[in-house]
Design a binder for this molecule. Structure first.
Ligand code: GTP
Length: 952
């Protein structure tokens, strides 16, 4: 530096400059862009107190960046890269978490919403998550009191106050079905914040419902519906994360350079590239938008022009979508009258870019190793181009608008209009006041331009230290030789400052426009996930506790019932067998006894323990004695009556046996239904949680035992002994099992022989004669038999009537003498005597003989009808047949009662097994849910910490 030259820029340290000296007084706390990660710029007062042009020229360099600032910008770039990497990783992890929760909600556990548990936003409440899980996913109070800006976006039930910044979250109830907010949470409810991203959009389907009433709708939605709505929310969250990721990872950033005609836009672009790529001329020469891109990044390193007719179809790899020109032909392409091209893409190499690919920050503007910046040189603004450029500027891919204004001309009307509109949409617009070197009264120029900016774009004005630059682009382009480039890196200039600000601003813009939304969205989403998971930890803990309590009740009952299964079977069989045996033997002995009397022609004397007939059962009065003998004249009718009486006596005994069996059966059924039922089913019923209605229904379904219907379908009529065993009508809806044998006491008629005790006579005669008694059923009567009969009868008459036993023996001896020759001559008189004796016997013995004969015949008749059965088995007798029948009927009733009990027991066992399985499944489900949610909350918290640390 030569002597006499004005002091170098750095000696005029910004710190030493007075704020008042700077025409654009910096407003307090607005030295950096709002929300910027850049530290506030050092107040670089650009006081142009000297009116000397050279001094001013030197002062201009005050705008230039110091080495520290450049270093800071470099660090900014690096930090941007780190933040981006962290957020991309967090976005990916969160996608995994959301998908995991969605699958969990679909397959394993229906997610509850906080209001379903009646939770409130009680920030001071102790953390309830510590109960019910070994690894409590605690939400720290610090997290609970997360800055409300993060929460601002949505509330599940009510709008959040916009101004809450440092205040704790308002108390808010989730269960507002009744309208007014009231704290419904249990004392140990965790702090819960309202859901934002995952809140339910209940306006769907209720477009007219006012927001304030929405909470009232929540309780009316079922758990399943809410869970489905949540699924949709989660799916859309995954979609949104995808979009955010795309935006975050998008490295392309576009700067639109626009301004008045001839303001020096092309010159500025060239200056940023440090090479003359765009044509610049006194004459308006930019007619088409021309985008300058890094050739190595976008066109395989090849420098050329792509003149594009249809931007929508453009593909750098597809030659058919553009016309290619040499880079040097740019003026030709621009100069075309009525250009057919929408845009010209100029792929160039930046002179300052490193030859090799590197992610390290470097001085190149378009290839800085972090963000690929493309510069779009727009046609100068006039009435024709204004709307097109405005449209272009509005595109979302345009990160920054650099508005170039000539210091010589200030803002034209078109410029003002554009700036006015653009600043409304983009908030910040870079303003480059170009051709600054030629301005003499720089202070005045600055003041005028400053006033205009203040009005046109207040936001830009506020951040003017970063956004408003006074430069001379032509100087940079003209003067920069290879060597000067080097030296310029060492000596910061105002243009460097512009360049670095622009670069930082692009990064800042990207941070604000891409990283910040991603961070805020992630924090909101993660907070929601944490809330949901925490809420569900409580739900799962409660469910687990309840299920374990249920299991404690249900498991032992089921185990006991399962162990008793065989016991019940055996118990029922035992009762059945014992009762049947009692009935069988009682019946048999009763009938055997009865048959003993009847076969002797006697009525059956009542037994002491004869049961009385049950109400409703058909009763039959047992005859107490035989009808009185009316004399020989009424003999025949009397014999029939005797027969009927004996039959009735037998039948009455059968009835009594049945009554007795019925009584036993009643006892047996009681033993089964009440005794065993009480013993085994009370266990099951005690454990049943079934409603009273169900139990009532089961009771109704039980069979009702009506003992009086047992044996009801017996054959009617005195003449038949009802042994056919047709349906006995047990009253249990069963089909009776019939006996294969049939008894019929009416099958025999009273005959002449019944009136005489021929058999007895015959037997007696034979005994006298030493012969074997004839058997029943032999029709033929031999002479000797008749003789025997006669003798027998005589003897009997004699012994009864005369009363001398000796006479009888003498007569017998006399009769035996008839066989000898000597005795034959006695035959006539003896036979006479015999006949008289016989007749006398008949008359005297009738009242006794007839009943006996009939009884015997009755017995024979009953037995004969059974004799057809196999000889291998014990002979079936009247008592045995009836005892079998009655025992069978008893067994049938008991079996049904047993079957009933078994069924009820089986049903109870099944029910308890089902209940146990259900409870066990619930336990498993809740335990699984707790495990999942515990891990989930941990992961969410890890992500939250990671994302919170990303400063955007
Ligand atoms: N002294 C001086 N002249 C400049 C500066 N910038 C541009 N010029 C001159 O101004 C004229 C117009 O420059 P351009 O870069 O073509 O301007 P432009 O805004 O691109 O023009 P159009 O695209 O046609 O609107 C040229 O002759 C440049 O040499 C500068 O900073 N200082």
């Amino acid at each position: 530096m030569q002597q006499g030259q004005p002091s170098p820029v750095r000696t005029a340290s910004p710190a030493r400059m007075s704020q008042d000296e700077f025409p654009f007084t910096q407003e307090a706390s607005s030295s950096s862009l709002p929300g910027s990660s850049l530290p506030p710029s050092t107040p670089k007062s650009t006081c142009f107190t000297s009116s000397s042009p050279s001094a001013l020229n030197r002062s201009i360099s005050l705008f230039g960046a110091t080495g520290d600032e450049i270093q800071r910008h470099v660090e900014d770039q690096k930090s941007f890269g780190d933040k981006r990497e962290t957020l991309v990783s967090a976005l990916d992890s969160t996608t995994g978490l959301v998908k995991g929760l969605a699958a969990f909600n679909q397959e394993k556990w229906t997610i509850h919403y906080p209001h379903q548990l009646g939770l409130t936003t009680t920030a001071a409440a102790p953390n309830a998550l510590q109960r019910g899980t070994s690894s409590p996913p605690a939400t720290s109070p610090a997290k609970g009191a997360r800055p409300s800006a993060v929460r601002r976006s949505a509330s599940m039930f009510a709008e959040e106050p916009a101004e809450e910044s440092s205040r704790p979250a308002p108390q808010r109830s989730y269960s507002t079905a009744e309208g007014p907010v009231k704290p419904t949470a249990p004392v140990d409810a965790p702090p819960v914040h309202p859901l934002s991203i995952l809140s339910l959009d209940l306006k769907l389907g209720h477009p007219t419902a006012p927001t304030a009433n929405l909470p009232a709708l929540l309780p009316s939605l079922s758990l399943a519906t809410l869970s489905q709505l949540l699924s949709r929310r989660l799916t859309s969250a995954v979609g949104h994360i995808g979009q955010l990721r795309q935006r975050v990872t998008d490295t392309n950033s576009r700067i639109l350079v626009t301004g008045d005609l001839n303001a020096g836009k092309s010159t500025l672009v060239n200056a940023l590239l440090r090479r003359e790529v765009m044509p610049s001329d006194q004459q308006p020469c930019t007619t088409v938008f021309c985008e300058v891109l890094d050739a190595s990044a976008w066109n395989e390193g090849k420098e050329e022009l792509h003149a594009v007719r249809d931007v929508e179809k453009y593909d750098a790899a597809d030659r058919s979508t553009f016309d290619a020109f040499d880079l040097s032909q740019v003026l030709e392409v621009q100069d075309m009258e009525e250009s057919p091209y929408q845009i010209v893409k100029a792929y160039v190499h930046d002179a300052r870019a490193p030859a090799e690919e590197s992610n390290e920050p470097n001085p190149s503007f378009i290839k800085n190793g972090l963000v690929s910046i493309s510069l779009i040189d727009a046609p100068g603004l006039n009435r024709d181009t204004l709307s097109t450029t405005a449209l272009f500027a509005r595109q979302s891919e345009i990160d920054v608008i650099v508005f170039v204004v000539s210091a010589e001309n200030h803002f034209t009307l078109s410029a003002k209009e554009f700036l006015w509109n653009a600043s409304r949409e983009k908030a910040y617009v870079f303003i480059v006041v170009n051709k600054w070197a030629g301005i003499r009264d720089k202070a005045r120029c600055m003041r005028v331009v400053g006033e205009q900016i203040k009005q046109l774009s207040p936001a830009t004005w506020k951040a003017r230290q970063e956004l408003v630059h006074f430069v001379d682009a032509a100087e940079v382009v003209d003067d920069e030789t290879e060597e000067e480039i080097k030296s310029s890196e060492e000596e910061a200039t105002s243009f460097d400052h512009l360049e670095q600000s622009l670069r930082s601003f692009v990064l800042l813009k990207r941070t604000t426009s891409k990283l910040a939304p991603a961070k805020h969205y992630l924090l909101n989403l993660l907070a929601d996930l944490s809330t949901l998971a925490s809420t569900n930890v409580i739900a799962a803990s409660d469910e687990l506790a309840e299920a374990l309590r249920q299991l404690q009740r249900v498991k032992p009952i089921h185990e006991r019932l399962a162990a008793q299964r065989d016991e019940v079977e055996e118990g029922v069989d035992r009762v059945e067998e014992s009762v049947v045996e009692v009935v069988r033997s009682a019946t048999w002995s009763r009938l055997e006894r009865a048959m003993g009397y009847v076969s002797q022609g006697q009525v059956v004397p009542p037994q002491e323990a004869t049961p009385t007939s049950l109400a409703g059962a058909e009763s039959l009065k047992a005859p107490t004695e035989l009808p009185e003998f009316p004399g020989v004249m009424g003999l025949w009718e009397w014999a029939s009556e005797v027969k009927a009486t004996l039959v009735r006596a037998l039948e009455a005994e059968v009835r009594s046996a049945e009554d007795e069996a019925r009584g036993e059966t009643v006892e047996g059924v009681k033993k089964v239904q009440d005794g065993l039922g009480e013993k085994y089913l009370s266990t099951a019923n005690a454990g049943e949680q079934g409603s009273e209605e169900v139990k009532e229904g089961e009771k109704k379904a039980e069979r009702v035992f009506r003992p009086e219907v047992m044996f009801a379908k017996r054959r009617r009529g005195l003449g038949r002994l009802a042994a056919r065993g047709q349906s006995t009508g047990l009253g249990l809806g069963s089909t009776a099992v019939g006996l294969s044998n049939s008894f019929s006491a009416t099958d025999f008629e009273v005959t002449m022989f019944d009136l005489l005790d021929l058999q007895r006579l015959y037997a007696h005669g034979n005994r006298l004669r030493g012969k074997k008694a004839i058997t029943d059923g032999e029709d033929g009567v031999e002479t000797s038999a008749i003789l025997g009969l006669g003798l027998g009868s005589l003897g009997m008459v004699g012994s009864r009537v005369i009363g001398i036993k000796g006479t009888m023996d003498s007569l017998t001896r006399i009769m035996e003498m008839l066989g000898s020759e000597k005795a034959r001559k006695w035959a006539g008189p003896v036979l006479g005597v015999l006949t008289v004796g016989f007749v006398a016997y008949i008359i005297v013995d009738l009242p006794r003989a007839v009943p006996r004969n009939i009884g015997r015949k009755l017995q024979a008749s009953l037995s004969s009808s059974l004799d057809s059965s196999s000889t291998a088995t014990p002979p079936i007798t009247f008592p045995s047949a009836h005892s079998d029948r009655i025992a069978k009927e008893t067994r049938k009733v008991l079996r049904l009662a047993g079957w009933d009990l078994r069924e009820r027991f089986r049903a109870a066992l099944e029910r308890s097994e089902k209940e146990r399985k259900e409870v066990e499944a619930t336990v498993e489900k809740a335990e699984g849910a707790l495990k999942f949610l515990g891990e989930f909350v941990e992961k969410v918290e890890k992500e939250e910490t990671r994302v919170e640390e990303v400063a955007v």
